[in-house]
Design a protein around this ligand. Structure first.
Ligand code: PEP
Ligand code: MN
Length: 265
C-alpha cells in the first residue's frame, strides 16, 4: 500500500505553509472554534493565539450537524473570513469540506482541507481530493476500524495526493461519560503502520473541556505529530460543541504545558 511504512525511518513531512510543517520535529498545534461565527470571533482567536505555539487555525464553515435545523455554517462568507484572518495574521487555516462541489472554493481560501468523521468513507469525495493540490486532514470515522481508516487515506494517495494527515478523534463505544473514546492505541498503531503524520483531536474525543488537557498530553506521549483543539472567545456561547470548547486563556495555558511532554518523548 502507498500509505505503508517501509522502514522505521520512513516518515512523511508535509509542508502546510512556508513556515508550518507536520510529521517532522515540530508538534503541529491547531486551535480555533468548532465553527466560524463572525469576523470578530476569528480576530479574537487569532490575536490571542498569535503569541502561543499554536501554528494553525481551524474553524468550520460547512458544518456536518446532526440536525438539519441546527446552524449549518457561514459557507462562503466564512471562507472569506478565514482567508482574511490567515493573511492578516500570517497563519495557515484548515476547514472542513463536505462535498466534491465545495472542494474548489475551500482550496482557494484554506491551506488544508478537513474531511470529517462522517465522510471518512465517502469514496467519491476521497477520490476527488486526490486532485485537490492541498494537504488533507482526514478524520477517523465514528466507528471505523484502523484498516478502514488506512484504506480511506489510501484512496486519496492513490488518486494523486500524497499529503494526508491522519486524525484520531475518538470512536463510539458504550459509555457516554465522554462523548467518544480516544483510541490512543490507534495513534501508536498508525505511526507504526503508516508513514503519514498522525494528529489527535482530544476535543471531539472527550466532549468536555476539563478532560482535554490530560488527553492532549497523553497523545503526545504516544507519539502524535500534533493536536487539533477547539477553543472560543466565549466558550459557553459557541454555536456548536460549546461543552468542549476551551477559553482562549485556557488554550494558551494548555499549549504551554505541552512542551515538557514533547521534550520527554
Ligand atoms: C469538527 O472538527 O468540528 C468536526 C465536526 O469533527 P468530526 O468530524 O471529528 O466530528
Ligand atoms: Mn466541533
Amino acid at each position: 500500500k502507498l500509505v505503508s511504512k517501509t522502514h522505521p525511518e520512513h516518515q512523511t513531512v508535509i509542508n502546510i505553509s512556508d513556515t508550518v510543517t507536520v510529521g517532522g520535529q515540530d508538534l503541529l498545534i491547531i486551535g480555533g472554534p468548532c465553527a466560524v461565527e463572525s469576523l470578530e470571533q476569528m480576530e479574537q482567536v487569532a490575536r490571542h493565539l498569535a503569541h502561543t505555539s499554536v501554528q494553525m487555525l481551524r474553524g468550520g464553515v460547512f458544518k456536518p450537524r446532526t440536525s438539519p435545523y441546527s446552524f449549518q455554517g457561514l459557507a462562503l462568507e466564512g471562507l472569506h473570513i478565514l482567508k482574511g484572518i490567515s493573511q492578516r495574521h500570517h497563519i495557515p487555516v484548515v476547514t472542513e469540506v463536505m462535498s466534491i462541489e465545495q472542494i474548489e472554493s475551500v482550496v482557494t481560501y484554506a491551506d488544508m482541507l478537513q474531511i470529517g468523521s462522517r465522510n471518512m468513507q465517502n469514496f467519491e469525495l476521497l477520490k476527488a481530493l486526490g486532485k485537490a493540490g492541498k494537504p488533507v486532514l482526514l478524520k477517523r470515522g465514528l466507528a471505523a476500524t484502523i484498516e478502514e481508516f488506512v484504506m480511506a487515506a489510501e484512496y486519496i494517495l492513490s488518486h494523486g495526493n500524497p499529503n494526508v494527515i491522519l486524525c484520531e478523534r475518538g470512536i463510539r463505544s458504550f459509555d457516554n461519560f465522554t462523548r467518544n473514546v480516544l483510541d490512543l492505541g490507534a495513534v501508536v498503531g498508525l505511526k507504526q503502520l503508516t508513514h503519514l503524520p498522525v494528529i489527535v483531536d482530544p476535543s471531539h474525543a472527550v466532549g468536555k473541556r476539563e478532560l482535554v488537557e490530560p488527553l492532549a498530553k497523553a497523545a503526545i506521549a504516544c507519539g502524535a505529530d500534533g493536536l487539533i483543539i477547539e477553543c472560543h472567545p466565549e466558550p459557553e456561547k459557541s454555536v456548536s460543541d460549546a461543552r468542549q470548547a476551551l477559553s482562549l486563556e485556557d488554550m494558551a495555558e494548555l499549549v504551554n504545558h505541552l512542551r515538557p511532554v514533547a521534550v520527554a518523548v
